[in-house]
Design a protein. Sequence first.
Lengths: 139, 139
Amino acid sequence: MDDTHAPHPASDTTLYGIAELARAYGVTQRTIRFYESKGLLHPQRVGTQRVYTEADKTRLGLILRAKTIGSKISEIKTFLDLYGREGEGRERQLNFVIDKTAEKIAELEDKRDQIETTLSELRVIHSGAKERLAARQPR
Amino acid sequence: MDDTHAPHPASDTTLYGIAELARAYGVTQRTIRFYESKGLLHPQRVGTQRVYTEADKTRLGLILRAKTIGSKISEIKTFLDLYGREGEGRERQLNFVIDKTAEKIAELEDKRDQIETTLSELRVIHSGAKERLAARQPR
DNA sequence: TCCTTGCCTGACGTATACGTCAAGAGGCTC
DNA sequence: GAGCCTCTTGACGTATACGTCAGGCAAGGA
């Protein structure tokens, strides 16, 4: 049988090496290995080499987004658990998820508001400077 | 003339010690001194003791807000300059302000969008968990 | 077979942002 | 005027998030 001629149509079974993954997100391999050492990623191995699935790639995307919005790596761990553990039904877990998400939501809403405040201030400064520049160049 | 019996009505001449300032913002004195060592604050001195004006206090507020929205201290320095230097009219300065504010605005808009994305995901997880909890407690 | 390339695991280095003593000076109070 | 409190300046310590070698293995090409 020839099963080498096409990828599966439905489930994405694409695999990535660490170099590809690093390039895809513009981070270094060191960074990816560092996240793994902190328990944020668990790629399969082929011999000693790391092999990443599409799910691993998505996960790295989440990690990086969490970072840019200001989470520390130690926080990102529980953060990712929230994404992964929603299906779980035990009561304590559900309450944990409910509490933690509420907490994070409040935190992010506050941060977003502070960003909005800063944005409007910056816009005032920006357009003000532009006007003053235009005023001194009447041509 | 007697000019000692009342504070100016318009300009706020209230002064603060470092302890008050620290308490006002919930930071340590060490943090405030650290920011000064990085050139972000320039309080007056009475002898060796630092004395902060209302303007200094406002400035510290800006610094802390800049921090919570993800700026590094080295960035905050230019950031504060934008706020303070708007009045300046030299062309190079105006262009600098225009460019820097545009840059920061784009950056913050991106960050805000990532926060919004994360927020809606978290809200889905949050309400989903709540529903599942309710479903197992029919009472 | 040798060489280059890519990935691996430590191990140490670095920048940021403070925390934590240590030691001393000035003021207030009992 | 002795003790206590607050503030000051170093100086060193610490946590986070990687960067940067060093040394080694393994596969593929000339």
